[in-house]
Ligand binder design. Structure first.
Ligand code: BG6
Length: 369
């Protein structure tokens, strides 16, 4: 049932174009406007939302972090992200106009479920982004937006993550549309671009030979660092998490701007560092800033493994390796940039002879607090 793939994880990585496309399916009418029929709540109710808090664990929480940047940018609604187990016991500030959005592949994660129940008790409106129909978390929530990634078997989440990010974008664009005309045009345009992303993921998956080679010869790495900025920051965190989970390598993700406030002390000759570079048209000169981070660590001897858009020549002088992703607008880049990091972790773990689908000490769904 692995359909010719050596592992479920490999199979699921290659199902990502479908996971994204299926999660977008049926969300727009002929004119390109978003329609969320299944959401189980009303436009009136959603128009009242003046604050959003995401609650989730692990990879799902990183999807929430991507969502924060995107939804604040598109709607100007303030968004927070809390680890579900922290939210539950931190005396959170929510009221009837707060939308608490949980993200869970399984829909059974106890920490996330407890956070949702707590949010409801406090009077918040709850919405579940979930991959498993009829599971507990969507049943306990006021509203639901299903991801359509299909069953995910490998413990380490891949296609569910891309589907979660996609669903978060859909939610954000829908809220933007509800806010009226100026936002609605943007929503249509982004939705249109989003529909072209599955094809780009497919293309990207066809270019992973060099990443697989890199993973093979890096099997003895003791520590790997990941840097990213803006939506690239959660991508860096997810790249590090995948490597911990699968390859049992000490891996850490940092916001690139933090480098000079501490992590740069870790850089010594030969230290591998992945850098997720924002596209050249990212606002606030972020592209230039990240390129100069690469220059700084390269000067200290780091092996710079750079994930950059096609055509971005600025990274070349400072990169030990350049991994190219297809061009896309800045907010949507996580759907592409994370893919080489998943492939890298999978192949490094395989090179070490580890069980990729069932890493030690982990469970697919953690149903205890
Ligand atoms: C962890 C899994 O225990 O739970 C992660 O190992 C997952 O892969 C996290 O991201 C959250 O799970 P779920 O089902 O709530 O998305």
């Amino acid at each position: 049932e692995k359909g010719g793939w050596a592992t479920y994880m490999d199979k699921e990585i290659h199902e990502q174009p479908h996971a994204v496309a299926d999660t977008l399916l049926g969300r727009t009418d002929e004119s390109g406007r978003l329609v969320l029929d299944e959401i189980r709540t009303t436009e009136e109710r959603l128009r009242q939302v003046d604050r959003i808090t995401f609650v989730a664990c692990g990879t799902a929480a990183y999807a929430g972090m991507v969502a924060k940047y995107a939804i604040e940018h598109w709607t100007r609604i303030p968004v927070e992200v809390s680890l579900a187990h922290e939210f539950r016991y931190c005396d959170p500030i929510v009221d009837g106009n707060t939308l608490v959005v949980s993200i869970s592949q399984s829909g059974e994660t106890m920490d996330t479920l407890m956070a949702v129940k707590h949010a409801r008790e406090l009077g918040a409106m709850t919405l579940s982004i979930c991959n498993t129909h009829g599971s507990t978390i969507p049943r306990e929530s006021d509203a639901v937006l299903y991801t359509h990634a299909g069953p995910e078997i490998a413990v380490a989440s891949t296609k569910a993550f891309l589907a979660q990010i996609t669903a978060c974008y859909v939610l954000g664009l829908y809220l933007a549309q509800l806010r009226g005309e100026t936002y609605a045009d943007d929503a249509k345009a982004v939705m249109h671009e989003l529909q072209g992303i599955p094809e780009k993921i497919e293309e990207l998956l066809g270019r992973m030979d060099r990443v697989v080679e890199m993973a093979d010869f890096m099997a003895d790495s003791r520590a790997v660092l990941f840097l990213g900025r803006n939506v690239g920051y959660p991508v860096a965190l997810e790249g590090a998490l995948k490597l911990k989970e699968l390859a049992y390598i000490h891996a850490e993700g940092f916001a690139a701007g933090e480098l000079k406030h501490g992590p740069i002390a870790l850089i010594e000759p030969g230290q591998p560092v992945f850098v997720v570079v924002p596209g050249p048209d990212t606002p606030h000169d972020l592209h230039k800033k990240v390129v100069s981070n690469i220059q700084e660590i390269r000067a200290r001897g780091a092996r710079t493994l750079v994930i950059a858009h096609d055509g971005d020549e600025d990274v070349e002088p400072f990169a030990s390796e350049v991994i190219r992703i297809p061009q896309c607008s800045p907010m949507l880049a996580p759907l592409l940039a994370v893919v080489p990091l998943q492939v890298f972790a999978l192949h490094l773990a395989s090179a070490k002879g580890l069980d990729v689908d069932q890493p030690r000490n982990l469970a697919k769904s953690v149903t205890v607090e």
